[in-house]
Design a protein around this ligand. Structure first.
Ligand code: A3P
Length: 268
């Protein structure tokens, strides 16, 4: 029989599961998956492959459960996890602060209406949305935009971030430009390396544009990998007038967000 000395291997390598020093808290459908994969290219970073969403929906599972989802890491390596439901969850900021008040938080953002439609598209594909976007996006009594609609709520960047800012200073929160992450991933990863206090190890040559997919793939030591087909898919068509109305609704909210973060994006 063949015995693989797995225990010895782990002991010698000094690896163990560590709770994260940094969390990608959202925003879902803005490029969080791409960022997680890109950060994994850094030798001093290791990311959890599953989304724990611990500080939002799985808190009652306890820290042992959370720890088990973490990858084995070497000493000195930064553990990063992404939980894209944390950003818009009421209790996630307070719970995260209680866990580690010095944790580094990363938020990927994208034009909020496109993000909402991407979210809706995913829900329809996963059979999690029976109602049409057009029917859910308005409050049927007031005719106003329904801010609690699950596809809209995460896009309310200013309101959601406000809850995190009750606990964490802006210096502990890094905003990633999701549009630039698509067209120039190297630049965005470079900034995250800086934010995490890492040396610049991810190389521009590691990003390889795939014309068929229309997105960047990435070179690991052994191969070129792309994100799965559920990332970068065609969106369900939404009535252009409704889209315009939503864009108008978000315009002043975006301005509040830009002021809040001291940075602006071209989301016109
Ligand atoms: P779309 O499917 O709407 O185009 P998340 O991982 O947070 O769910 O975000 C998914 C989005 O990541 C995709 O949204 C896509 O636009 C974006 N993205 C950014 N870089 C990408 C890449 N290199 N490959 C695939 N998708 C990428």
């Amino acid at each position: 029989t063949c015995k693989f000395p797995s225990t010895n291997y782990l002991v010698n390598d000094n690896r163990k599961r560590r709770l994260p020093q940094s969390i990608i808290i959202g925003v879902k459908k803005a490029g969080t998956g791409a960022l997680r994969h890109f950060l994994d290219l850094h030798p001093d970073v290791i990311t959890a492959s599953k989304e724990p969403n611990f500080f939002s929906f799985r808190y009652e599972n306890g820290f042992d459960w959370y720890n088990k989802l973490m990858p084995l890491s070497r000493e000195g390596q930064i553990t990063v996890e992404k939980s894209s439901n944390n950003f818009h969850h009421e209790q996630a900021p307070g719970r995260t602060f209680e866990f580690n008040s010095t944790i580094k938080l990363i938020v990927v953002v994208r034009e909020p209406v496109e993000r909402a439609i991407s979210d809706y598209t995913q829900r329809v594909i996963n059979n999690r949305s029976r109602r049409k976007f057009e029917d859910s996006v308005f409050n049927f009594r007031t005719g106003e935009i329904n801010r609690e609609y699950i596809c809209i709520r995460p896009s309310l960047y200013h309101t959601n971030l406000q809850r995190w800012l009750k606990y964490f200073p802006m210096s502990q929160i890094h905003i990633v430009d999701g549009e630039n992450l698509k067209s120039n991933p190297y630049e965005e990863v470079y900034k995250v390396e800086e934010f995490l206090g890492l040396s610049h190890q991810v190389k521009r040559e590691q990003f390889v544009f795939n014309a068929t997919k229309g997105f960047f793939c990435f070179r690991t030591s052994s191969m070129v990998e792309c994100l799965r087909d559920n990332k970068g898919r065609q969106h369900i068509l939404i009535d252009p007038e409704l889209k315009d109305r939503l864009k108008r609704y978000f315009r002043p909210l975006n301005e509040l967000f830009f002021r809040q973060i001291g940075q602006r994006f071209d989301w016109s």
